[in-house]
Design a protein around this ligand. Sequence first.
Ligand SMILES: [Zn+2]
Length: 331
Amino acid sequence: MTNHSKKYVIGIDLGGTKISTAIADSTGHIIEKTTLATGAKDGEFHVMNRMISSVEQVLEASGLPLQEVAAIGVGAPGPLDADRGAIITTPNLPFRNYSITEPLVQRFGVPAFLDNDGNVAAIGEWLFGQGKGCQNLIYLTVSTGVGGGAVLSGRPFHGSTSNALEVGHMTLDPSSPHRCNCGNYGDVEALCSGTALSKRAMEAIAQGRETSLSKHRQVTTYEIYEAYKEGDPLAREILTTSWRYLGIAVANLILTFDPDVIAIGGGVSRIGDAMFEAVRASARAHAFEFMVDRVRIVPTGLAQDTGVLGAIALALVRSQEGALRESAPKE
Ligand SMILES: [Zn+2]
């Protein structure tokens, strides 16, 4: 019995505020999608039930029979145990060492797979985005936090605890005064995340720095970039410093993995060309130029539905692996 006849997969993007679920065909084309509030404060049982009803909703709306579904993929914030399909702990969800995949398998009778946000996004980028046809892809997301994932030698890469590519907490400057939520000083998240950018701006304003940013009560990446384009010296200093550090992180990833593609997504990356040029220049200064020149350092190719497309990609990749194993000659 193989999965070859099953043409559809379901992807669930489980976040702290919403659950996005979609049913798609084998090319990643979304047929039906639904979004529910997570309601994390209601506890693990209720959140799990909402995930189940989101799957029921897309199945019903699509009119497709469950028998046509090869697998369910779930992307969630880590740390988690991908082998057991369990979330170990995470700040914005109620799950503590709780298997997400077991109740899905029990209810729907199809294989279910869990992986962390970063890995799932990397698989989505590889299958549907900038990584199409390549063997080695690193995905970075730079938004409130910084995360990542990898596909290496044409396979999703997990590491031994399924938490590889925790790029946000790689230390770049241990003598930095800037501390991350993880307790580390001078790691990528403390220096390059959207949170870090707005902290730098607020600190400078509090110290009385002259800047057009001081007219805002809360300064986000958007205001900093707008001020940068207007030639504000503080905005320029904040952004160029963070881009230089992001380039060092990229250089370290190039030296470690020698990838074909480094795709960067997340809210902060929407700044676009100016950021990518600065990151490439910094990477060239901190890694072998011939390696940097060969890797494509590019914006994500998945503009929308990134999380849910990643979960769909996870379901496709894992169910195909399963089908290949089942159809292999038995020893
Ligand atoms: Zn950290």
